[in-house]
Design a protein around this ligand. Structure first.
Ligand code: NDP
Ligand code: PYR
Ligand code: MG
Length: 588
């Protein structure tokens, strides 16, 4: 990606004269993989392995003759074989494991099928199945991937970062496993989350896989069941908290920055208090970082809401008139409502006034009069309403236009609630955004049935469209932060963005809202489907880069032609994407 050019192409050289080999992906990113391995070492390195696809020439030069079956096969036939075996896996968890093993075996082949069959495979490597895989991580563990930094490693953080074999890392996704989807504290079992997120950076935005690094911070867990399980792979100690926790995080981030000063860090699935504190602590002081659950979720919610205005025949500035009930006042709920407030501000609404459009509930009901709260939550507290009102009472009294679910609790949007809402609005906007699927506040089927197909629906995990009894098809959307973070990562990598700002997510969200045609949005299709995520990511990346240029945060000098228009910037972003295909092997 706008970096090292290919140096020496060396096809013809004989093996005796060659001491080192370089596997080179002649993809558009001009990425060069270095290796001094030969024979089985090449086959056992997923970044270099190409299994039956090694050419005769490569077999000769890498001393692989006889170590792979004789017939040379093109990638497309490998894809066919892999997909046939994949289809034979019995359960979703079997499919997850099958794909993990493929990822460990052959990077190009893994990403080829992930890109080509994205719609079918994303729910396996990502939500919902990744949740099940985290619950079972200790039981199904096969091979290490990424890095673990535990409390006990603390004195070694600065040196252990050098144990990672790559000098160049574009994106790190890190979790402390304290709030994994809606599954709670899973400690070290959370590793599949950063791995899954990074596989989306690669497949959905063309970030180079060799430049990604998944990390778990093992600061202990309060999940006693896991701790007492002899197969659990994390430390058997309670979670570190307070000053000690933040000191450890400071040391970790300083070690990371010591080796990789410009790498993008994505904070993922930290529990709310830590998520918000860490974001405020590092967002402006340390090179690019963001919190996915707060900021990227805000981005896709902005997109879904603005697009829903189009679906309802309104204009974008009508966002100021929305009455929004948000169930869930954690990092995602706050991130989403904060994002929508920023949109309202864009349409000249004062922030203090904008808060009045929101009604937020937590486990104790409405955040109302007299509730003692800290931080951003306090701003959403309604002094004009009784504290603790139930969701049904709130919906009855407020008559909301929008109902958001970010509670992590399935089935909270009951028939009573949805029918009550639908009495007062033509097209109720219902976004049950919690993950995984069983935590969805309602299913699209329920939302459509209880509103006679009038609802505009977007869920966090994927659900199918719904066929009503009268033959109408009702469309569902996946309002998931996967629409946001891969494109952001591509933008940060290509333009070497120094700092990730809220304005970048805002611009991306507003742009995604315009990607569907009028005809599509009228049907309730709010943005392009996940199978078009590569295109969406290029659009998101372009929108983000323009904000970075405006804010003086892009350190890379981008080609002038690309800066001429949004379309040209999209073009540049597409050109910079890593493509899963075999390049030529070249020698050093
Ligand atoms: N679609 C997407 O892209 C994304 C979805 N999410 C999903 O959002 C959900 C929440 O994430 P996050 O905010 O980080 O989690 P948190 O645990 O921080 O927050 C959950 C919030 O829901 C509240 N809550 C719990 N039970 C109820 C209930 N019965 N009624 C009303 N409110 C309730 C909690 O209340 P209290 O504070 O009292 O405990 C808390 O405010 C998860 O399922 C996550 O997977 C997250 C990020 C992205
Ligand atoms: C999607 C996501 O980030 C979450 O559910 O936490
Ligand atoms: Mg998350």
């Amino acid at each position: 990606m706008l970096r090292r050019p290919l140096t020496r192409l060396f096809h013809q050289c004989g093996v005796q004269r060659v001491s080192q080999w370089r596997a080179c992906h002649t993809d558009r990113s001009n990425e060069v993989l270095m290796t001094s391995h030969r024979r089985l070492a090449v086959i056992h390195d997923p970044a270099l392995n190409r299994g039956t696809a090694f050419s005769n020439d490569e077999r000769e030069r890498l001393l692989l003759r006889g170590l792979v079956p004789p017939r040379q096969q093109a990638l497309q036939f490998q894809v066919k074989r892999v997909m046939e075996t994949y289809e034979r896996q019995r359960t979703d968890l079997d499919k997850f494991q099958f794909l993990s093993m493929l990822m460990d075996r052959n990077t190009v082949l893994f990403y080829r099928i992930l890109v080509d069959y994205f719609e079918e495979l994303a729910p396996i490597v990502y939500t919902p199945v990744v949740g099940e895989a985290c619950l079972r991580f200790h039981a199904i563990y096969r091979r290490t991937r990424g890095m673990y930094f535990s409390v006990e490693d603390r004195p070694h953080f600065r040196t252990m970062v050098y144990n990672w074999p790559k000098d160049e890392v574009d994106v790190i996704v890190v979790t402390d496993g304290s709030r994994v989807l809606s599954l709670g504290d899973l400690g070290c079992n959370s590793m599949n989350i950063p791995i899954g997120k990074l596989s989306l950076y690669v497949s959905a935005a063309g970030v180079s896989p060799s430049r990604t690094l998944p990390i778990v911070l093992d600061v202990g867990t309060d999940n006693l069941e896991l701790r007492e399980n002899p197969l659990y792979l994390g430390l058997n100690r309670p979670r570190l908290r307070g000053k000690e926790y933040y000191d450890l995080l400071d040391e970790w981030i300083s070690a990371i920055r010591y080796r990789w000063p410009n790498t993008l860090i994505q904070f993922e699935d930290f529990s709310s208090l830590e998520a918000e504190t860490l974001l405020e602590r590092y967002r402006y002081t340390s090179a690019p970082c963001f919190n996915d659950d707060i900021q990227s979720t805000g981005c896709i919610a902005i997109a879904a809401l603005l697009s829903s205005l189009r679906a309802r025949g309104k204009i974008m500035s009508d966002v100021r008139d929305e009455k929004i009930v948000c169930v869930g006042a954690g990092s995602a709920g706050i991130g989403v409502c904060e994002g929508i407030i920023q949109v309202m501000e864009c349409y000249d609404m004062a922030r203090e006034k904008a808060y009045k459009n929101f009604y937020m509930l937590d486990e104790n009901g409405l955040l109302g009069r007299g509730r003692q709260l800290n931080g951003k939550r306090a701003e959403f507290c309604r002094d004009d309403m009784e504290d603790g009102m139930s969701l049904l009472e709130v919906v009855r009294s407020v008559r909301p236009t929008v109902l958001l679910g970010l509670s992590g609790v399935g089935s909270l949007f009951t028939e009573d609630v949805v029918r009550e809402m639908a009495k007062h609005v033509d097209r109720p906007v219902i976004f049950p955004m919690s993950n995984p699927s069983k935590s969805s506040e309602c299913t699209p089927e329920e939302a459509f049935e209880w509103t006679q197909g009038r609802a505009v629906v977007a869920t966090g995990s994927p659900f199918s469209n719904v066929l009503l009894e009268d033959g109408r098809v009702c469309y569902t959307n996946q309002a998931n932060n996967v629409y946001s973070f891969p494109g952001l990562g591509l933008a940060v990598t290509v333009a070497r963005i120094a700092c990730v700002t809220d304005e970048m997510f805002l611009a991306a969200g507003r742009h995604i809202a315009e990607l569907s045609s009028d005809e599509e949005v009228k049907k309730g299709i709010l943005f392009p489907p996940v199978k078009q995520l590569r295109e969406v990511s290029a659009e998101v990346a372009a929108a983000v880069v323009f904000v970075a240029l405006e804010q003086g945060l892009a350190r890379e000098k981008l080609p002038a032609w690309a800066c001429e228009s949004h379309e040209s910037m999209v073009q540049l972003m597409k050109q910079q994407m890593w493509e899963p295909k075999y390049g030529h092997l070249v020698a050093e």
